[in-house]
Design a protein around this ligand. Structure first.
Ligand SMILES: *[C@@H]1O[C@H](CO)[C@@H](O)[C@H](O)[C@H]1NC(C)=O
Ligand SMILES: *[C@@H]1O[C@H](CO)[C@@H](O)[C@H](O)[C@H]1NC(C)=O
Ligand SMILES: *[C@@H]1O[C@H](CO)[C@@H](O)[C@H](O)[C@H]1NC(C)=O
Length: 461
């Protein structure tokens, strides 16, 4: 152990001088078969309660979409591209192992608590870390890891004044320079969470250092203030925003949904205008049609600020919840809608949604051009029969377990969804422009130094 041969032996096994005989082959096949069935029996993502009824009404492509059981809580992932069970080993860097990680987690003075970073729409940066620490897919051995997780709560730390942009950038670079495995793959098997609209831009020099890494972010587009988007459809993973725990709990919810017939409004938008065109147009429209659209001008603070429960009490009182873009294109309101059971109407042209490989969002939501916010939108929404709305809501009720950050013991959770997506990203082999390999499996750097002798600080990028 300790040499790079470990990495290779996972693929090919140790070099063997005995030729591979027929009985060896049969034995190996039997072993594979036993492992396969044992894993299927044990695996929680195959609960017997899974209904054969598809999420969609049978269009011959069922095998490529995710299927939900009748009762909330279990899903079946498609075979294609996912396999039948999760087999993943993720190494999580420890805050004491890498100089600088503690600053990225708790600020320069170490005074920002993880608990204070857990709440709010950016809580995913803490939740995903904590779920991984408890996950059965965690490994403590770097040599056997498929993926590496770099924990950081910088969105929160920055907001609380724990680090400024310059410090964040420099600390990230310092942290990465201590990771030989990052160097080995050029960062390709390293995972970062950036929980806000800024995405990876929170790390100013992201493009130089982590542009090959896997980025978990709710944000697909950040081109409004910068001319480049850090999100890459094929490499990165869109994660659901963090909906308030009081709404996602299995127990009594903070606010329960209302029957459709009891809802006062056709649609609502409850948020601050922030000077954004779409939002201003909605607030204006609500003044013209106060009985159809609820959209008060909300404030950050003071008497006009809605409390948490009040907010959801208003949100549940319409058939449709409008989700216009704000500072960036992703919007928490889209996710919240599923928990008060209104149909989300995306008014954010560049939004990207999670788990698109397997979820058809046209079955549970509406996306309307943001350039057409106006009377036409209200007329259109009014024309949709209640029966259709009920159908969309019923499908959304099944799907929403995928938007809740539960542990990986729950087959249907945002975290399990992310693990399935991560599984698709794993590679057997890693290389970078500064990684080379020899006839005997030794992996070396440009100076022909073997991997296990690489000593930090690593040259970057
Ligand atoms: C980020 O830090 C690195 C290393 O200190 C530095 O070379 C780079 O210029 C910094 N980027 C920005 C935008 O300040
Ligand atoms: C990604 O990083 C590599 C290595 O620094 C650099 O050569 C390349 O230009 C970067 N790509 C982008 C899109 O910034
Ligand atoms: C592989 O070959 C290189 C070059 O001959 C040698 O330096 C290295 O020690 C060898 N590695 C192993 C694991 O035998």
């Amino acid at each position: 152990m300790g040499s790079t041969v470990n990495i290779k032996s996972r693929v090919f096994g140790p070099p063997s001088s005995t030729p591979c005989t027929r009985s060896h082959q049969i034995g190996a096949l039997a072993l594979i078969a036993v492992t396969f069935f044992a894993t299927r029996l044990l695996d929680q993502s195959f609960p017997s309660s899974i209904s054969s009824s598809s999420f969609f009404d049978g269009n011959g492509y069922e095998s490529n979409i995710i299927r939900f059981s009748e009762d909330e809580g279990s899903v079946r992932w498609p075979r294609r591209g996912y396999g039948s069970y999760i087999s993943l080993k993720i190494y999580i860097y420890d805050e004491n192992e890498i100089d600088g990680l503690k600053q990225l987690l708790y600020g320069r003075d170490g005074t920002i608590s993880a608990d204070s970073c857990l709440k709010g729409q950016w809580g995913t940066q803490v939740k995903i870390h904590k779920l991984l620490l408890k996950s059965r897919f965690r490994t403590h051995k770097k040599a056997e890891a498929d993926l590496f997780f770099i924990p950081s709560y910088v969105k929160c730390v920055r907001m609380m004044g724990g680090l400024n942009d310059k410090e964040i950038n420099q600390t990230y670079v310092k942290v990465l320079s201590q990771m030989p495995y990052f160097r080995l793959s050029g960062g390709r098997n390293h995972i970062f969470v950036f929980p806000s609209g800024a995405g990876a831009h929170l790390f100013k020099s992201w493009a130089t250092y982590i542009n090959r890494s896997i980025i978990l972010t709710p944000e697909g587009d950040r081109t409004d203030k910068r001319d480049t988007s850090a999100f890459n459809t094929w490499k990165d993973i869109i994660i659901p925003g963090n909906v308030d725990d009081g709404m996602t709990t299995h127990g009594v919810r903070l606010v329960e949904p209302l029957p459709l017939s009891k809802r006062k409004y056709l649609a609502n938008y409850l948020g601050r205008a922030q000077g954004k065109l779409g939002r201003l147009q909605l607030i204006d429209l609500a003044k013209q049609f106060p009985h159809k659209l609820e959209s008060p001008e909300l404030k950050f603070s003071g008497p006009e600020k809605l409390g948490k429960a009040d907010y959801f009490l208003h949100l549940r009182n319409a058939k449709f919840c409008l989700a216009p873009r704000g500072e960036s294109s992703w919007t928490l309101r889209f996710y919240e809608s599923f928990f008060v059971e209104c149909v989300p109407v995306l008014l954010s042209d560049h939004a990207e949604l999670p788990f698109q490989n397997v979820v058809d969002y046209s079955q549970v939501s509406i996306k309307w051009p943001s350039s057409r916010i106006g009377v036409q939108l209200l007329e259109y929404l009014e024309s949709i029969p209640d029966k259709r709305i009920e159908e969309m809501i019923a499908r959304g009720r099944k799907l929403r377990c995928l938007l809740v950050y539960g542990p990986d013991s729950e087959a249907c959770s945002a975290f399990s969804g992310i693990l399935w997506e991560l599984q698709r990203k794993t590679r057997q082999f890693h290389q970078s422009s500064e990684t080379f390999w020899l006839h005997n499996g030794s992996i070396v750097n440009r100076d022909l130094v073997e991997f296990y002798k690489w000593k930090p600080p690593m040259p970057l990028p």
